[in-house]
Design a protein. Sequence first.
Length: 247
Amino acid sequence: MDGGAGMDQGVEKLREWIGESGRIVFFGGAGVSTESGIPDFRSENGIFAAIKRFGSPPEVLLSHEFFMEHPDTFYQYYKTMLLYPKAEPNPAHLALARLERQGKLTAVITQNIDGLHQRAGSRNVLELHGSVNRNRCMRCGCAFTLDELLAQEGVPKCACGGLIKPDVVLYGEELDEDVMAEAVAAIRRADLMIVGGTSLVVYPAAGLVRYFRGKALVLINLGETPMDQYAQLVLHAPIGETLGQCV
């Protein structure tokens, strides 16, 4: 459902379902953060930029193997094209935080690593792919903030000499089993699931939608997704604008 009166009716329906629901789960992807000015590195532009500047696609540059073998190039790419410390939460982040304060939203499940949901005020955030705000020495385990990592030029090192690794899930690494289990449990308990800003093609995260057994599945995304046919409501619209009208 998109465009004109259809969109207005869809937003009104979503607003009604939110009002009736007491256990809402939100599952979001890169489209939530693009409205804060953080580009999607998996987009056509992101892939082209990575290849043009660093000679490889993101899947190579952000792999565990590449990180271990070429930490200098990894960090050049990571610092210049994935970190946006000045980005601010947008209406989508703020609307979800309001829903949580109202006692309606039980969890935010995100594929993003920027921490903007927490900055907006959300507390129960399940980060499937980790966070740029957590970094740890691979030798001694010492923790570092994003500011501390950015303060170092070149490859960040711990005082012990160990390599500092961002707490983000690189290609070739497994998702955190505990986080995935929490996400599955939250989805199974939900009566309303809102999916926004994701094309639902990155697995295993995209498969989480199949655990939903509640009343209504709502998809909000600019483009079509493989799950559109299973949703009770599909809105092809910006996630921030849409949620901002409903909460």
